[in-house]
Design a protein around this ligand. Structure first.
Ligand SMILES: Nc1nc2c(c(=O)[nH]1)N[C@H]1C(S)=C(S)[C@@H](COP(=O)(O)OP(=O)(O)OC[C@H]3O[C@@H](n4cnc5c(=O)[nH]c(N)nc54)[C@H](O)[C@@H]3O)O[C@H]1N2
Ligand SMILES: Nc1nc2c(c(=O)[nH]1)N[C@H]1C(S)=C(S)[C@@H](COP(=O)(O)OP(=O)(O)OC[C@H]3O[C@@H](n4cnc5c(=O)[nH]c(N)nc54)[C@H](O)[C@@H]3O)O[C@H]1N2
Ligand code: SF4
Ligand SMILES: [Mo]
Length: 765
């Protein structure tokens, strides 16, 4: 008998990539996911994670119903409860907190962008808590801020590789991104990028590791981890000194060129050579190639973000794009045109969706990373009365006019400046509550300790720095909810665990990174009682009487609203599969740039007003003082977290087809460094910093320099009873005490360490 077969077009969500795929069903069961060759987004591309989607869907360890903790925190003892009970408990707790101590005593934390992020942030703002915590400080936040303050766009420019104008860049710089070997980064598709790289005349790779693309590039700059800011400034220096700028663009569309000129004089290639390890000649060659082979595009990765000089480095790279006239030209770094006939939910193009203005103005100041919150808590504890009175006075006088301005001011830079003044955050450009400060606020009860925490889609014990501090904090919070696909090391510390649905169980209009199109995601399965996070958020919000901010009965109603302007219902949209917007280049010629000056701001007075350097500077991205002092004990420079094709951060370790291809946590170490330490290929080794040591398997290679090692991140072992989250967790080696002063990012790419054998060949678990 023939089996009932069906193919449903949808959009993968095993990572940010948004690949359009075909979901193959047999007798209603998902048997396979394949790439969709018709797709303009992904042209048939599918990575192993996408192919493993059915394995995740049907995994025997998946959470299928809500759980309530019955043992001690971390003990992993649970009872099954119903959704009604779980939701009632959460609603009661949140209502009680709001009434008794104030909404700021609740925090919501998530990791990288996932489908629920817009609703999660809206939830926090509507409920009244400024403690919306996520990893933007280390990921995309610095790059987004650089885009906002330089060209006035929340959507950072991307290389013109999807061919809306029929051409791709002649020169591509891959700067701290290994997108073609991981599947996708921030929506950029590996397959599409690969085609563009093959077509390009020149490819420059800036990476401390010889990646595949570095191996086949025209020029590979093997940079010392964390020193990208120095390289970018030296490249600006060369381009100006050798008169390779685009004169017309600089004259007509930028402000602050003379200040930039004076500023970069000292940043010669010889200066940068000492910091970056890249020879002055190589720097000159790269700058000349980039400035003269046009159109050129830079694809930047998260290596730019996770340092002590993240925002400034990203600013310098934005300026490189501008002074060479490569912004928004066909084949350059373009700003996609968002779809117009759909109500978009991406926070990058619809600032309304996150509900920032729903947050009562005085609450902005109550975030745990806010200087004002500290003053208030001193006031409540009887200390610092005088200054607190002054602060309350200022708040009354100034805050309300500020909020009015915030909504009236059109440029995102002006809005962010206002918000930053309201928030008085220690890190003025950190767009969310700063995670390390958040965890410290709990352990130190300073300025106060939140009473409830909802962790949605994050495994901070593994992916955030200083996990022991995080564990301590998780034990101290009165009420912890975790929403996830699986019981993770972090979920073990929850009071309530909620089972989340994955992409094959969701209807959606996909819109986060690729702004120029929206694609369909179609629900084809339902496992146990899993629920869409957004439905849960909406239900809880409405039970907390927040219907004004959440007028939708459920998420599906919101999706219908998204499609209203296009006059489509969800089924017709699903049949269509995609709505695209036509690309328009050189938009700035008609409308200027959306900065206060309407031009590209090489010098930014807005930044100056915020006490941030108005022109990009370089700050050594080394780790904390204690480590530097013991440099002879820790001679190697560790960069961590180059992503693996098989895993999305800490996910996928329980998925057989993926784990088979990457069974162990890998440390890449150079031959000579390994030989002098008696380490053989495949040995388990300890990696040690003053903070801690963890074990990984050595891969001996000439792809990194003898003084550099590169370690994977996100490791835990779901196959062991305690999940072994401390054994190979690279974040155990980072103390959370060394931040970029502008945005609060951390030095994930540059900490000094030592590596030694952990009993060759023996892995004692
Ligand atoms: N398969 C898979 N795909 C993913 C993810 C995943 O976990 N797995 N995560 C997603 C997320 S959230 C992100 S942020 C992106 C990240 O993806 P990318 O932006 O591509 O960044 P990474 O993979 O972190 O690092 C890319 C390269 O930076 C190099 N690198 C390390 N240190 C430095 C340095 O100091 N300077 C320079 N120039 N290069 C350095 C590494 O060797 C690596 O080759 O990927 C997304 N896509
Ligand atoms: N040392 C070091 N650390 C790093 C990095 C590095 O390079 N080096 N990279 C950093 C970067 S770039 C990022 S973005 C962060 C990422 O950090 P996170 O985004 O916090 O990633 P994970 O810790 O893997 O947590 C994701 C959890 O959410 C679950 N999940 C996935 N999708 C959903 C969903 O739709 N709903 C719900 N409820 N749960 C879901 C997964 O099962 C998993 O347990 O890690 C950072 N950590
Ligand atoms: S790159 Fe990302 S979106 Fe594309 S198939 Fe792989 S996991 Fe899915
Ligand atoms: Mo990220």
């Amino acid at each position: 008998m023939n089996k009932m077969k069906e193919i449903v077009p949808s959009t993968c969500r095993m990572c940010h990539g948004g690949c359009q795929v075909n979901v193959h069903l047999e007798e209603g069961r998902v048997v396979k996911v394949t790439g969709n060759p018709e797709s303009v987004v992904s042209k048939g591309y599918l990575c192993p994670k996408g192919a493993a989607s059915p394995e995740l869907l049907y995994h025997p360890d998946r959470l299928t119903h809500p759980l309530r903790r019955i043992g001690a925190r971390g003990e992993n003892k649970w009872e099954r409860i119903s959704w009604e009970e779980a939701i009632q408990e959460i609603v009661e707790k949140l209502a009680h907190i709001k009434q008794t101590v104030g909404p700021q005593y609740f925090a919501l934390l998530h990791g990288t962008t996932r489908p629920y992020v817009d609703m999660a942030s809206r939830f926090c703002n509507a409920y009244g808590t400024p403690n919306y915590v996520n990893v933007a400080h280390n990921c995309m936040g610095p790059r987004t801020m650089a885009s906002v303050f330089t060209i006035g766009s929340m959507v950072a420019p991307v290389p013109d590789v999807y061919e809306p104008g029929g051409i791709t860049p002649k020169c591509i710089v891959l700067w701290g991104s290994n997108v073609t070997e991981i599947g996708s980064a921030q929506g950029m598709n590996a397959g599409i990028m690969k085609r563009a790289l093959i077509a390009a005349e020149k490819v420059i790779v800036i990476d401390p590791r010889r990646t595949k693309e570095a191996g086949r590039s025209s020029q590979w700059l093997q940079i010392m981890p964390g020193s990208d800011g120095a390289l970018a400034l030296a490249m600006i220096h060369v381009i100006i000194a050798e008169d390779l700028i685009d004169h017309e663009f600089v004259r007509d569309y930028t402000v602050g060129y003379s200040e930039l000129l004076a500023h970069v004089g000292e940043y010669s290639p010889e200066w940068a050579e000492k910091i970056t390890g890249v020879s002055a000649e190589q720097i000159r060659l790269a700058a000349r190639t980039y400035a003269s082979v046009r159109p050129a595009a830079i694809y930047w990765g998260s290596a730019i973000d996770a340092s002590k000089c993240s925002f400034q480095t990203a600013r310098a790279i934005m300026i490189l794009r501008a002074i060479t006239g490569n912004i928004d030209v066909p084949g350059g770094d373009i700003i996609p045109v968002p779809v117009t006939n759909v109500k978009l939910k991406s926070q990058f193009v619809n600032s309304e969706i996150t509900g920032k203005l729903l947050l009562p103005i005085q609450n902005h100041r109550l975030a745990v990373d806010s200087i004002a919150a500290k003053k208030q808590s001193e006031f409540l504890s009887g200390k610092g009365m005088a200054s607190t009175f002054k602060f309350l006075n200022v708040l009354q006088k100034k805050a309300y006019p500020l909020l009015t301005k915030l909504s009236a001011k059109k440029t995102p830079a002006a809005q962010l400046k206002t918000l930053s003044k309201l928030r008085t955050s220690k890190y003025p450009l950190c767009p969310v509550t700063h995670p390390p400060t958040f965890w410290k606020s709990i352990t130190a009860n300073d300025p106060y300790r939140v009473q409830a925490l909802w962790i949605m889609g994050s495994n901070p014990l593994v992916t955030m720095t200083d996990p022991l501090e995080t564990e301590k904090a998780l034990k101290l919070v009165d009420f912890v909810v975790v929403s996830d696909f699986f019981l993770t090391p972090t979920a073990h510390y929850a009071d309530i665990v909620l089972p989340a649905s994955m992409w094959l169980e969701q209807d959606d209009v996909v819109n986060t990174f690729e702004q120029w199109c929206v694609t369909n995601r179609k629900k084809v399965a339902q496992i146990g009682e899993t629920r869409d996070d957004r439905d849960v958020l909406i239900e809880i919000a409405r039970k907390l009487k927040l219907e004004k901010a959440f007028p939708w009965e459920n998420y599906r109603a919101f999706v219908d609203e998204m499609l209203e302007p296009a006059n489509l219902d969800f089924d017709s949209f699903s049949n269509k599969q995609i709505i695209q917007e036509k690309m328009r280049y050189l938009k700035y010629r008609e409308q200027g740039f959306n900065t206060p000056s309407k031009k590209v701001e090489l010098f930014s007075t807005t930044l100056l007003d915020m006490n941030i350097s108005p022109v990009p500077v370089y700050r050594a991205a080394v780790s904390s003082g204690a480590v530097v002092q013991s440099r002879d004990k820790y001679p190697l420079l560790l960069t961590s977290g180059a992503k693996s094709m098989m895993f999305f951060h800490s996910e996928g370790r329980q998925i057989k087809s993926l784990r088979k291809n990457n069974p162990d946590p890998i440390l890449e170490i150079n031959h000579s460094a390994a030989a002098s330490r008696g380490i053989n290929d495949g040995d388990w080794v300890y990696i040690e910093t003053p903070a801690c040591r963890v074990k990984m398997k050595a891969r001996i290679t000439d792809a990194v320099l003898p003084e550099v090692v590169s370690a994977a991140h996100g490791w835990w072992f779901p196959e062991t009873p305690d999940y072994g989250w401390q054994k190979s967790n690279i974040n155990m080696l980072f103390t959370a005490d060394n931040f970029d002063p502008d945005v609060g990012s951390e030095c994930l790419r540059s900490v000094f360490c030592e590596v030694y054998s952990a009993m060759p060949g023996a892995w004692e678990g």
